[in-house]
Write a new protein. Sequence first.
Length: 447
Amino acid sequence: MIEALLKLLKDYLYDVDIVWKKSYEEIKRLQLKRLKRMIKYAYNVPLYHKKYKEAGIKPDDIKSIEDIKKLPPITKDDIRKNFPHGIVPSNFTSKAIKLATSGSTGKPVVIYSDYSTVMKNIIAYIRILKAYGAKWNKTRITVIGDLAYGTAGYAAFASSLPSFIMKALSLKNLQLISIDEEVTEMAEKIAEFEPEFLNGYPGILHILAMLKMEKGIGKNISPSYISSSGGVLDDATRKYIEDAFNARVFDVYEATESGSVAFECKEGGYHIHSDMVYVEVVDENMEDVAPGEIGRAVITRLYGRGTPIIRYTGMDDYIRASERCLCGINTDCIGRVEGRRAHAIVTPTGKIIPPLSFTYIPSEVMQEENFYGIKQFQIVQESVDKVVIYVVPKEKNEKLDKIYEKIKKRYEERFEGIRIEIKETDKISSYGYLLPPVVISKVIKSH
């Protein structure tokens, strides 16, 4: 453990500041170096060895970042079908950490990790804190996460290595809260701790915001910044949380398979951890889309042992391609995460429309009318030509009819050829710490 701690401190001194201290060109060279190393490692993993051999590719064929296009993509089904022995090298040690994804798309997957991967994820978190002026050993930080055994949250915060590090460094400024705790008790604990930096899933942050706004529970919770991660943060949820806590909410894009991918800076750019991951934004033919356009996320992780993640399409996310941000963080950027493919709308012509390109409409209409009469909503595509929008009104009011009419018209324009219905309901059920999906599509999509 002492050796692992010393390595973490060495990585902290070097890796945390890379994105500020190294030039963009230097980071790109480092990225290529780490990519080559990971491909050589992956070549000894049965799944990747078979894929690369069938494609006629050897590690030495990758001489530039652009050469990554020569590599065949890896899907979630590939990992699932080759589990357990085909997704790690034959000599992988018994110290492997087994991690399971949340299964939010209905298809969970299990991969193997190791302590070097865990440490890199900690480094990424410390980097994000630094971007917002927080100090990992001084700023009061509350992390609400899934700390159950076998989860990424457990590996990063509650497993033996991070537990040893926190004890060795006497990190009394860090509060860890499991999502399984009762929310009222959770709110009271957070209020007592008075964090300056609060991190959690968008769902649990929304619930805490509702407790404060509607019941006055946790009214003393007033962090300077709130970090939302582990789920898609839509505009309405972000605004509600910001209004409740009077704090800036920024988004972090991460997943069990990839670790931390990107984070939103103070200027609003989503900075990729370019020294840790390589991100492609592609169309259905695996060709890069232009900046400003929406495509599928293809992720390559540039560190760690266990199961390599190279040209992985299994996160099933839509993201927007973007130019670089000029805030001083010298990495590539993406636009915001537009949503899971599983929750996109498909039109009668076969066009797929990602969630965040239309979930803002109810909030936009309410802002135009200066009447915020809808407490919650959910968009359900019942068939290829029918969408039902369920709304929970705050209270009965004649202004709602105009709001509904405008929302219906906007969606008819957005979803060409689809009939729109708006139905009031008393409640849209949530699932523990998870918000109910803003969009549910019952239409099968071709991939």
